[in-house]
Design a protein around this ligand. Structure first.
Ligand code: TXA
Ligand code: MG
Length: 296
């Protein structure tokens, strides 16, 4: 069942139901080596899923749960390996969006849920985007509004002494460091792929080509006269584009980005120009998704 959270829509299954979890991988066409995040409605459920809540995790839970943050912890023996793609760790997250919380409470079990998109496509921020990717492949969708944040949760590995930021999101590195100063950004180096399996997979890419442009460049930008082009950014470009989104703020940019990518694909856009943003706050996560979309 697909359901909305404050970040993106997720596709959920009972963490203890191996068959249901297998169906998630099938519906999304997700590689089986990419682990799922378990969504909980209580601290008791975190204890049931994990072998240990480390000291750093405890601090992050206190500061940011419920919210757009996933903590990777040693898994308990109860969690089936299909949920964690064979890893002995599990990502746990407690969404703060009220409808998600009500749904999870009603389930009475932790719910593993990847983003509810076909693997490789941008995460869905509306129920319509879930229909677009998964109609006929899943049983039902809990319909809500467009998601508030629009980018996936921040993921932090809390299994070691030094917390590692694995995926950027609405909770910034600066906010994490404020709570645990040792926290560092994980830089993948090729031989440690088990640590952050999701990073090696293709992600967030629209079919259209994505180009990042700087502030100066954005203001001077003109649409191509030969190919369909689109623009998203904070600045107003010089010319009018086939599709364009002038964002009110970096938060608005984050919230709109994935739906804009999808809108461009629906409208046959060839190239999407995306204005770069400062990397403070959620800006770092926006830049991360843009860079992945460029290389995707
Ligand atoms: O905001 C979100 O996190 C959304 C909503 C639905 O909660 N979920 C989401 O799930 O984005 P998904 O599966 O699309 O992305 C999960 C990311 C992947 O990059 C995965 O590799 C990583 O988290 N991950 C999950 N479990 C992990 C683990 N045990 N160790 C390292 N990385 C893990
Ligand atoms: Mg995903």
């Amino acid at each position: 069942m697909a359901f909305p959270t404050e970040t993106v829509y997720g596709l959920g299954a009972d963490v203890y139901d191996i068959r249901a979890i297998a169906k998630i991988f099938e519906a999304k066409q997700r590689p089986s080596d990419n682990p799922l995040i378990a969504h909980v409605s209580s601290i008791t459920q975190i204890k049931e899923l994990t072998a240990e809540i480390t000291k750093t995790a405890e601090k992050f839970i206190h500061a940011f749960f419920p919210g757009p943050l996933t903590l990777v912890l040693p898994k308990s023996v109860r969690v089936p390996f299909i949920a964690t793609a064979g890893l002995d760790t599990i990502g746990v997250r407690m969404p703060r969006f009220e409808l998600a919380h009500e749904f999870l409470s009603a389930c009475r079990v932790p719910v593993v849920a990847p983003s509810a998109n076909l693997s490789g496509k941008p995460s869905p921020t509306t129920w319509q985007a879930v229909v677009e990717d998964l109609d006929g492949r899943i049983d039902c969708i809990l319909k809500g509004d467009a998601t508030e944040i629009g980018l996936e949760s921040t993921v932090v590995d809390c299994t070691g002494d030094v917390p590692l930021l694995l995926r950027k999101g609405a909770i910034s590195l600066a906010q994490l460091k404020y709570v645990v100063p040792e926290t560092v950004e994980h830089v993948p180096n090729g031989d440690d792929s088990p640590r952050s399996p999701g990073l090696k997979h293709k992600h967030y890419s629209p079919r259209a080509k994505v180009e990042i442009v700087g502030l100066r460049e954005a203001e001077l930008l003109q649409p191509s006269s030969v190919i369909p082009t689109a623009y998203i950014g904070l600045s107003r470009p010089a010319g009018r584009f086939r599709r364009e989104k002038i964002c009110r703020s970096v938060d608005d940019y984050a919230q709109s980005l994935f739906e804009f990518f999808r809108d461009c694909d629906r409208n046959g856009i060839h190239t999407i120009y995306c204005e770069a943003v400062p990397t403070s706050g959620i800006g770092a996560a926006v830049m991360d998704r843009l860079r992945r979309a460029v290389s995707g």
